[in-house]
Design a binder for this molecule. Sequence first.
Ligand SMILES: CSC[C@@H](O)[C@@H](O)C(=O)COP(=O)(O)O
Length: 351
Amino acid sequence: MSALQSIKYSDTEGLEILDQLLLPLTTTYIKVHNVDDGYRVIKSMQVRGAPAIAIVGMLSLAVELKSLSFTSSDELISRINQRLSFLVTSRPTAVNLAIAIADLRQFLQDNRLLDASQLKFKVIQRAVSMLEEDVASNKAIGKNGCEAILKHAGETGTIRILTHCNTGSLATAGYGTALGVIRSLHEVGKLERVYCTETRPYNQGARLTAYELVHEGIPSSLICDSMAALLMERKDITAVVVGADRIAANGDTANKIGTFQLAIVAKHFGVPFFIAATLTAIDMNTAKGEDIEIEFRPAEELANTNGVRTAAPGISCWNPAFDVTPASHIKGIVTEKGVVSPDRLSTLFAS
Ligand SMILES: CSC[C@@H](O)[C@@H](O)C(=O)COP(=O)(O)O
């Protein structure tokens, strides 16, 4: 069975992304030639998921730079900074791209004395290395989350997980964050079943997570979002595990709309609620959840299903793409460096 690949990059073939708007029925890759293409596929959600957005954004810059030549590093740096200012506006809540951009700006500043071709080469290398680094981080998250959940479950050990949205190979460079934890539990033979929500209005759960789970042969069932409370009451769910688009310094976590209500229900039933994310989703410059900008999406994404209007004509729509789960509702944040409680995020960055 071949692994699902949302992002394909090679030196000779350039950058291609799997069009996630067409999944699960059609598998089509789209070429990304430059930052304008990168911005468009991110904004339209042909590629989505915070880690994948960051990687495609940076690789779109890399392929654009490859096609250009520069007479000085000042000219190169000014071009890159201008393109980064545009890219960062594509999807405001997911922080991974903003962090990658801030890091690259710092790198350019630190290396401004290199000549243009050396600097261009290094910028391209940095973008390409994100692919392998993300998969390695996801595998570590999978292992750490698996251990934490097994410890919580004790010897009885039949694990049933509820997850939301899509956090798997499609949302990352491969393996996945929350879905990485689920994959890891399955690999060690401990997962009885994972339940994935439909994730209205965009159906990332029904279209993408369900597709990945079936592809991987992981025992799984789809529920619609409104079934979560009954599921937790009837099915003895071991843990809820979801991803993150931005984790504030106090542990408040923005993730796909509907995450907060799952956390409230989990708290009601005493089910531990875990966030699984790479360090690049942690924004220590944003103090708390209230300070996180929530992205609003077009009304059609709520009123239509697969391009067909299902809501009553004339109704107006309120369509936030994310909500913020307070740190008080989160048992642990699973990262590649280990699992911490939300009030101990800063320990992850101590050298
Ligand atoms: C590893 S992906 C983590 C999050 O980005 C994911 O849960 C999510 O909310 C994705 O939202 P999307 O709007 O589909 O980009």
